[in-house]
Design a protein around this ligand. Structure first.
Ligand code: HEC
Length: 140
């Protein structure tokens, strides 16, 4: 039984040869910066969800804006080029990153306005661009 489960799991995972994501070459420095940002993204998303669940929609919007929104954009601009992931990405990939920031700010604006219904409707857009980018590109 256990073996059967393991076999099922094995076939459910995409084999490396079937990986259709586009490989993207970033410098090791840019990869480090991106990874740290990604780990922060996940923590921020989790905080936003926890606040929404606790009915603190306004606070959720504040976290979303500060950590994921337009306010969190461009903070790598002062790094040397080789450490900046954005400009090393293909344009379409970079665009997904930008759209993610804009989606977070749109959610934040709805949350700030007190329009809970609209904020909830926009909530899935917070992860939509994460998923779109991860499904299309890889750096390793
Ligand atoms: C523009 C593309 C893009 C967007 C948008 C994006 N990511 Fe990523 N993310 C990557 C890439 C590239 C990696 C590196 C892993 C790889 O190459 O497969 C990564 C890795 C990660 C990792 C793994 C970090 C590690 O320890 O290695 C996490 C967690 C993550 N992303 C979370 C998120 C979350 C949450 C969001 C949305 C808020 C998000 N990402 C949005 C491109 C993106």
């Amino acid at each position: 039984m256990k073996k059967l489960l393991l076999t099922a799991l094995f076939f459910a995972l995409p084999a490396a040869a079937d990986d259709t994501r586009q490989p993207v070459k970033l410098t090791p420095q840019a990869q480090d910066v991106l990874r740290q940002e990604m780990l922060d993204n996940l923590i921020a998303i989790n905080e936003v969800l926890a606040l929404v669940a606790a009915n603190k929609v306004k606070e959720a919007g504040e976290v979303a804006e500060a950590r994921l929104g337009r306010s969190a954009m461009g903070k790598n601009a002062r790094l040397p080029f080789e450490a900046r992931p954005g400009p090393q990405m293909p344009a379409a990939m970079h665009e997904l990153g930008r759209n993610g920031h804009l989606a977070a700010s749109e959610f934040a604006a709805a949350a700030a306005s007190g329009d809970r219904e609209r904020a909830l409707a926009l909530l899935p857009n917070l992860t939509g661009n994460c998923v779109a980018c991860h499904a299309s590109y890889r750096t390793r």
